[in-house]
Design a protein around this ligand. Structure first.
Ligand code: 1QQ
Length: 377
């Protein structure tokens, strides 16, 4: 059941000054016009994720529209990191026939609430930051371009264990969020596969501020590594309190730790965190260097992984639009998107597998002296 639009928290952006009149491509015919709905975590404790994502999208939008082949309008809704608000935003977008497809929401917890309905309504939805197992399997209209935890966490754990010779690991995770739970499952499975002893499994809830009970138990079991599946607002506090309690061993984190907010909040306590990502900010790859430069010019700060993935996501949509040849047919767009293969984004070659999941490479990074650096073997 679709709700009709109520209230209006959405913002519509159409950069490049091309909103009023349809402009002609220099070489051939009509510019393909498309309206894309965006559901993003823009207010509340984890708003830095959504801010990075929407900035990445808007930068890509500006460049894509300047090229003149397609003209994308973004209709942006705030989900506040809440599944219910994300569902309301999704229903509003789906009910608007002029919206071709959706990007977001930000969290897997939100995405699991919205995507089944999008799939039923035959509107394409793609996550740019959703990493839990089972996302693209929701349905034919459901995609993501974010590297799943099932790829990123084992890559980070393997490097961490190889370097430290770790045999014993403790795990801490949030047990009320789809992403933190999914990350935990991957950590546990990977530890078992690697023959590591799990000394203790500790849980916390969203918004918790005191982790002493959990960290005391972890400390008493003397692990060689701590595996943490958390969003940045809780994860940064956990690592900070751990260091203050004398837990000095490296942390291996899930995707939530890929935000510079971890360093912002935890400061030096974040040193020794190891995490898998498709984006390494200080990469010498010319595509990344160029992206960083343009992003800094636009927003006065460095991009992060979430901005980079969102930036690539809109280019992936634009590429599908060109192949679909229309910005109005939801099915034609879905079919063109599904065929994305070896698309050259700033994060490397990108393809979807048969279920709409990501095929691409993972980099492992660590925080050293208050900075993400490439993990050295
Ligand atoms: C998920 C995530 C979060 C870290 C996105 C911000 O990976 O919810 O799947």
């Amino acid at each position: 059941i679709l709700l009709t639009a109520c209230g209006s928290s959405s913002t519509s952006t159409n950069s490049g000054g091309q909103s009023e009149t349809s402009i002609e491509d220099e070489t051939s015919g009509e510019v393909i016009q498309a309206k894309i709905g965006v559901i993003s975590y823009l207010s509340g404790a984890g708003a830095a994720y959504g801010e990075a994502i929407t900035q990445g999208l808007k930068l890509a939008q500006k460049e894509i529209n300047e090229k003149g082949e397609v003209n994308i309008e973004l209709v942006i809704e705030d989900s506040a990191g809440e599944a219910e608000q994300a569902v309301n935003a999704g229903q509003k977008l789906m009910a608007d026939d002029s919206i071709l497809a959706i990007i977001g929401p930000t969290l897997s917890t939100e995405f699991f609430a919205v995507a089944p309905e999008a799939d039923l309504n035959g509107i394409t939805i793609m996550g740019t930051s959703t990493t839990a197992d089972g996302i693209p399997e929701i349905g034919d209209y459901v995609f993501r371009n974010s590297i799943p935890e099932a790829l990123a966490i084992p890559a980070a754990m393997e490097k961490a264990v190889k370097r430290t010779g770790a045999k014993k690991v403790a795990i801490i995770y949030g047990n009320d969020d789809a992403f933190t739970k999914a990350g935990f499952e991957v950590m546990k499975r990977t530890a078992e596969e690697m023959g590591l002893e799990i000394t203790t499994i500790e849980t916390y809830q969203k918004g918790q501020s005191d982790y002493k009970a959990q960290l005391t138990k972890i400390k008493n079991t003397n692990p060689d590594l701590v595996l943490a599946s958390a969003l940045y607002n809780e994860g940064a506090v956990i690592i900070d309190q751990a260091r203050k309690m004398g837990i000095t061993v490296p942390f291996v984190g899930g995707n939530g730790f890929n935000s510079p907010q971890v360093i912002e909040i935890a400061g030096d306590a974040a040193n020794g965190l190891i995490v898998g990502t498709p984006y390494f900010g200080d990469s010498t790859d010319p595509k990344i260097v160029e992206f960083n430069k343009k992003y800094e010019e636009e927003y006065g700060k460095k991009p992060d992984q979430f901005a980079a993935q969102a930036y690539d996501a809109l280019y992936i949509y634009a590429d599908a639009l060109k192949r679909a040849g229309t910005g109005e047919d939801r099915d034609a767009f879905r079919d063109a998107l599904a065929e994305t293969k070896d698309f050259e984004g700033i994060l490397g070659l990108f393809s979807f597998n048969e279920v709409g999941d990501v095929v691409m490479d993972v980099t492992v990074v660590e925080i050293k002296d208050g900075k993400f650096v490439e993990f050295e073997e």
